[in-house]
Design a protein around this ligand. Structure first.
Ligand code: WQD
Length: 343
């Protein structure tokens, strides 16, 4: 059984990816510093797949700890690197936390991989590297733009670090996955997105408003250059996104890469506005959402959605789950959190 290390594996996308890796026959080792997730996620992964992943609480910035981990679990073939700080707003207030955490953790992994014969790394990047694209839908050939936040900048810098490391002759093979907007939860409602504090992202705020935890959803602007005036994004089901990571690991370990590193946009190829998402949520759940239009949020881009053809044709992957099923999964998760007395 091939052994895969998943950093940040108790997080939102990480936990869903561990499930899909196990479903595909991989042995998974999770490391996570639990700064933004809970160890109980490991129990819930086991409930879903029947297989308990190894879990070690560890910070990827701890070089010695990481070195010891690779020695302890010899034979790790590849890494999926999710562990990072990811709150756009917080990154503006605390840039050094973001540069230290998001840069040092990747540098440590890249430095240790050759020593421990770890062949490849799948890196969690973001469509945020494109900023506001000039052409839509956006392909991997689109130029990156000056980042709107330190968070976005760390993703760009990380991609450059990977490219420079490969260019320097390191044996590391890398696939960089640029996510659009991940949403939803596992159909079992045993794992999902668990934002700490007031949600910054749209869908958790929608489901918490629908649950009555939040009084009213604020729609940040309806005076943009879009059909209904609200911003457009490419919302991708987190389970579909997780499956793309398994495809990327398969590609590295089966030596199918055509170049090194490779980049893929992971989106549905369909844009949805904030107001459209609200309507789809109400249709999917039967819950009337209380919302109001307020001023624009600083840093928001107007519209972005992926051209996913490269991922479709080269990875053999596509995000096909209908949006109403995705939104229903998010609502089912929010209801489960209430049933379990979590929120
Ligand atoms: C989506 C749309 C908001 C909340 C960010 C990061 C990206 C990734 C996902 C980490 C926007 C609107 C939101 C609300 C609203 N993060 N909105 N009311 O900004 O597209 O992407 O999160 O990996 O890297 O940049 O996602 O969910 O915050 O916003 O109207 O209460 O919803 O204005 O148009 P975003 P988002």
């Amino acid at each position: 059984m091939k052994r895969i290390l998943v950093t940040g594996g108790t997080g939102f996308i990480g936990s869903h990816t561990v499930v899909e890796l196990q479903n595909s026959g991989y042995e998974v080792i999770i490391i996570d510093n639990l700064s933004n997730s809970k160890a109980e996620v490991v129990d819930n992964i086991e409930k879903i797949t029947g297989i308990r992943p190894v879990f070690e609480q560890l910070d990827c910035c701890d070089l010695e700890g990481l070195d010891a981990l690779f020695t302890k679990y010899a034979g790790i073939e590849a890494i999926i690197h999710f562990a990072a700080s990811k709150a756009v707003g917080e990154s503006v207030e605390k840039p050094l936390k973001y540069y230290r955490n998001n840069i040092v953790s990747l540098v440590n992994l890249l430095e240790l991989m050759p020593k421990h014969n770890v062949k490849g790394i799948v890196f969690s990047s973001s469509c945020t590297v494109y900023g506001q694209p000039d052409v839509l839908p956006v392909t991997e050939a689109a130029p990156t733009k000056v980042a709107e936040s330190p968070y976005g900048n760390t993703k760009q810098i990380n991609e450059e670090i990977i490219c420079d490391t490969v260019k320097s002759g390191s044996p590391v093979e890398a696939i960089m996955l640029r996510y659009f907007n991940p949403i939803g939860a596992h159909p079992t409602a045993l794992i999902g997105e668990l934002p700490l504090g007031v949600p910054q992202n749209l869908l958790p705020y929608v489901t918490q408003t629908a649950m009555g935890i939040r009084e009213c959803l604020s729609v940040f602007g309806d005076d943009y250059d879009t059909p209904d005036g609200s911003c457009i994004r490419d919302y991708i089901y987190v389970v579909d996104l997780a499956k793309a990571h398994v495809k990327a690991i398969d590609r590295i370990l089966n030596k199918q890469m055509a170049q090194n590193p490779e980049v893929f946009n992971l989106g549905t190829g369909r844009g949805l506005s904030v107001l459209e998402l609200i309507n789809e949520f109400e249709a999917a759940t039967g819950v009337k959402l209380n919302y109001k239009i307020v001023g624009r949020r600083a840093g928001d881009i107007v519209k972005v959605w992926a051209n996913p053809e490269r991922a479709n044709n080269v990875l053999g992957w596509s995000a096909d789950t209908p949006i109403r099923d995705v939104l229903a999964s998010a609502w089912k998760w929010q209801q489960k959190l209430r049933e379990d007395g979590i929120m």
